[in-house]
Design a protein around this ligand. Sequence first.
Ligand code: ADP
Length: 467
Amino acid sequence: MKTGGLGDVMYALPKALVKLNCDVKVILPNYGVIKPQYKEQMVYKGSFYMDLTSDGKQYYVGIMEYENDGVVYDFIDNEEFFTRGNPYTNLVDDIPVFSFFGKAALAALNYLDWTPDIIHCHDWQAGLVPIYLRTMFASTPLARAKVVTTIHNLRFQGQYNIQTIKYWSNLPDEAFNMGALQERWTEANMLKGGLAYSDAITTVSNTYAGEIQTAEYGEGLEDHLRFHSYKLRGIVNGIDVDIWNPATDKLLEAPYGVENAIEAKKANKLALQKSLGLEQDEGKFVIGLISRLTNQKGLDLVSAVVPGMVDGNTQVVILGTGDPEFEDSFRYYENQYKGTVCAYIAYDEALSHQIYAASDVLLVPSKFEPCGLTQLIAMRYGTAPIVRETGGLKDTVEPYNMFENTGNGFTFDRYDAGLLYDAINRAKTLYFEDREDWDKMVIRDMEKDVSWAKSAEQYRELYLQLT
Ligand code: ADP
């Protein structure tokens, strides 16, 4: 299941923790869209009915188990809540879904008689978990667990009116105060409440941990986060280096390691150009963009600079879906610059691998970026990221230094199309005028450690401190 970076993280982090000798269960909804090949392998572990709403309605909770790479996945089964198309639809429907999910997850642990030392919650969808734990579950064995909440993206908080969240969660009034769930006069905020009730809060980079305590990045929770800053820290994400491995990547025309990267990237470039209908020329500078098309991702800047980027020696490949405004703008450019710009408006895992491998640079000019994974994947594939210095982008991409020949990519600071344009031109200058140094950067990028090893170790240390 994947709609963005959280899917990558929840696959890779548990796997890395198992390698560090942690006993890990991942609890997630049994979404209707999970592929049948996985559903078939799930094992039924039991079921029960659970109280949920304030008028005492009961709901079915089934537990389906699946094991992979030493990680046990327990899927909470309920047709009524989880069989819609996408994991997330709209708040009207999502609030009941995740009010149910949070409580069912805890009830399932008690049912399975599996009491963890740490319950690690992710984003607003798990926001009620710490609150249920310290109220309704306070006298169950689970209550000995400590809770960590990780903010993967503060923009999404699960806000709705108090009445609705009270109805669906049946949480006691004490949880609906200004220090916890309540916001303004009539609103409740699931993430805000969850943070208040957590023993520790992490977010996915150090820079973002600082940024979210300011008005510019705090999404309205900056005061709350400053209040809780004593228990807040950043731990940067990694990527799964088995899935993202150019040497064994079966989706590539020419898999490669550091020894043959420069030649193989050319072969991959030609293959990509052919499959996307771009002019086939290995000498072209190929700029990639793989992203959800939302205004978080700096796409208005990209839109503004496309005409300037297209100079006869450059091609642009965009892969993404999202806001019609950006989809249409990129489609327009594809039409305007046939054979030079490709806007592939879709979610396509295989094509994403091919673009990471074939591009010379990857754009990530985000307005804000908690961590960002695409710049990490790009580096792993020897593709220099061009990023705005914010959040995890700032923490993971060292800017190229022409005097010392160090660094991994190109960066700019203010959110400004002119600065993005300048960064692209700095990259082009190096590419076309000093290929030897460019190629060295390709190798440096591929050799950079972007794996989970270090970060998983930091999570483990945090867990140990808490227990
Ligand atoms: P976010 O979680 O904000 O979407 P991240 O950079 O953390 O951003 O993670 C994005 C992940 O989703 C990456 O693995 C990226 O390759 C993938 N991705 C984004 N858009 C697409 C797409 N259209 N097709 C395939 N993969 C995509």
